[in-house]
Ligand binder design. Structure first.
Ligand code: GLC
Length: 569
């Protein structure tokens, strides 16, 4: 690997409430870097590539789960919350990662998965064995079925497709654990991810203990998985609406949560109030970020009230189509909603659950499918990358915090021609092979264009194959190359920091306030213009372009964002 020295100037002293304007880079451990050559990313691999993040200029990283897990859902099925899966290394590897990150001035946020455990967790194994009515079963959502146990307790569907209930005697471990009863257990995701019973004080106490375990180690915060899902409406009433979080094609966040009995129940907020007090006992401004697919934004903002979490991903922004009026609207609504509770807006365009924005913004016919398969209409790679760069440059000028997903700084597209036989996402299996699922955004990173496996690790092996297009996009082919996506991100992050954009204020430019093709705003002295139309747009006289997402010759061309400062400023 290229081991560019990281100098003291890249180490940023962390201000108080660092999370208000931080740029946080998501690392998906399976796919970031592999140190031991088994084709699967690991913690030592991540540590070896941390210089890349420091050079890029982000403030923190968020690690998706690396805990002990059968990996039925890429680690979001946790069997032991206090240990590292051997696939990813050891607790000592985690300590080394944390120490190196902190030495580089990078904060570390880890993923907490409190809604469900793996079915291989000791609690669930004990629950199967102990039988109905036992304290072991009371940690999960076991219920008697209807029609003498023949039918599930209600009609809920799993987010991944299929029913959200499995009958005990149908569980693969039932026989060897002697579980012969016909109770059912709830799993809002895969049948190997049983939902915990959050009205049980033992569950609450255990998760606080898990928080403390990692806080004591020195982590700077937690991204809270399915933060809107832990409490269900009493009585578990039937629900005929959509439960999927990664929706098919509407272009809107799927959960209109106002009515859903499984999401966004008032009781979840009590949990975060308690966690808030736990974090406050620790020094260094530790933070919680909600993964909550909740609409409208005013309901989402409740998760970031002063005594709850610090951040909540703005998925309304992520799901907004490439349309000037829609973007202005979501930005205004977001800033208003989060301002109302005194929280920063937390912008995001890509993560490990959605089609990468370099592909999503060029899907023929629009929409937001859950993955793309080889025989389906393919995104235009050139158009997608142009729009992705423009979208990112716009996002990084917005006041608040922002999350980046590994590889977007290289302009990586979704892998849209992955062989179906290689798919691993449970959504692919649970939808009867109708939805491709999320594997296409989880492909191992290309670090070196000429190396086997594109430098993912010391062997040629990668747990998913990389598409041909990743070679040219490898990090070493972009470092120091003017105009590359990597250099665009680096420049934008440096300017964002220099100009204090994350802590700034947004003012729409009157002349474009209703323009069908142009989004234009000011953040302090900076003028930001995105052209979503066809005709080039003039930068006002007296302004000098300081960063541009693409070539600017005669005005701002189509699908391009520029940052401009008053001349002589
Ligand atoms: C969250 C995660 C996703 C996971 C699901 C179940 O949405 O981001 O990857 O499959 O929760 O834990």
């Amino acid at each position: 690997m290229t081991n560019t020295a990281v100098t003291a100037t890249t180490i940023h002293p962390a201000p108080a409430e660092w999370w208000r304007d931080a740029v946080i880079y998501q690392v998906y451990p399976r796919s970031f870097a592999d140190a031991d050559g088994d084709g699967m990313g690991d913690l030592a691999g991540i540590t070896s590539r941390l210089d890349h993040l420091a050079e890029l200029g982000v403030d923190a990283l968020w690690l998706s789960p690396f805990y002990r897990s059968p990996q039925a859902d890429g680690g979001y099925d946790v069997a032991d919350y206090r240990d590292v899966d051997p696939l990813f290394g050891t607790l000592a590897d985690f300590d080394a990662l944390l120490e190196r990150a902190h030495a580089l001035g990078l904060r570390v946020v880890i993923d907490l998965v409190p809604n469900h455990t793996s079915d291989q967790h000791v609690w669930f194994q004990a629950a199967l064995a102990a039988g109905p009515g036992s304290p072991e079963r009371a940690r999960y959502m076991f219920r008697d079925g209807k029609a003498n146990g023949e039918e599930p307790p209600n009609n809920w569907g799993s987010v991944f497709g299929g029913p959200a209930w499995t009958r005990v005697d149908k569980h693969p471990d039932a026989a060897c654990l002697g579980a012969t009863d016909t109770q059912w257990y709830l799993h809002m995701f895969d049948s190997s991810q049983p939902d915990l019973e959050w009205t049980n004080p033992e569950v609450r106490a255990e998760m606080v203990d898990v928080l403390r375990f990692w806080l004591d180690k020195g982590v700077d915060g937690f991204r809270v998985d399915v933060a809107h899902g832990m409490v269900k409406r009493e009585g578990l009433p039937d629900w005929d609406g959509n439960t999927s979080m990664v929706d098919g094609s509407t272009g809107e966040a799927a959960n209109v949560t106002a009515l859903t009995p499984m999401f966004d129940q008032p009781g979840v907020h009590e949990i975060y109030r308690e966690w808030n007090t736990v974090l406050a006992e620790y020094d260094g401004d530790r933070a919680l970020c909600a993964e909550a697919w909740v609409e409208p934004l005013s309901a989402l903002a409740r998760y970031v009230r002063p005594d709850e979490m610090q951040q909540a991903f703005n998925f309304a922004y992520l799901t907004t189509p490439w349309d000037a009026a829609a973007l202005r609207d979501v930005v205004t609504t977001s800033l208003d909603a989060y301002d109302e509770v005194g929280a920063p807006t937390t912008w995001v365009l890509s993560n490990h659950d959605v089609v990468r924005h370099a592909s999503r913004l060029a899907i023929p016919g629009g929409g937001r499918p859950n993955g793309i398969r080889a025989h389906e209409p393919q995104p235009d790679a050139v158009l997608g990358l142009r729009r992705a760069r423009a979208a990112t440059l716009q996002m990084l000028a917005l006041p608040g915090s922002a999350y980046l997903y590994q590889g977007e700084e290289l302009g990586l597209p979704e892998h849209t021609t992955l062989d179906d036989s290689l798919r691993q996402d449970p959504a692919w299996f649970r939808t009867g092979h109708t939805e491709a699922g999320r594997d296409g955004c989880r492909v191992p990173m290309p670090w070196e264009g000429d190396a086997p496996g594109l430098g993912f690790g010391p062997s040629a092996s990668t747990w998913l194959p990389q598409p041909d297009s990743y070679r040219e996009l490898a990090a070493d082919r972009q470092r120091g190359v003017a105009g590359s996506t990597y250099e665009l991100y680096r420049t934008a992050l440096a300017e964002r920091r220099r100009l204090g954009l994350g802590a700034g204020d947004l003012a729409w430019v009157d002349a474009y306030a209703h323009d069908p093709a142009v989004v234009a705003f000011r953040n302090g002295d900076l003028l930001v213009m995105t052209n979503l139309g066809v005709a080039p747009v003039e930068v006002p006289a007296g302004y000098e372009v300081v960063v541009a997402s693409g070539p600017v010759t005669d005005g701002v061309p189509t699908d391009t964002t520029v940052w401009a400062l008053p001349e002589n400023a």
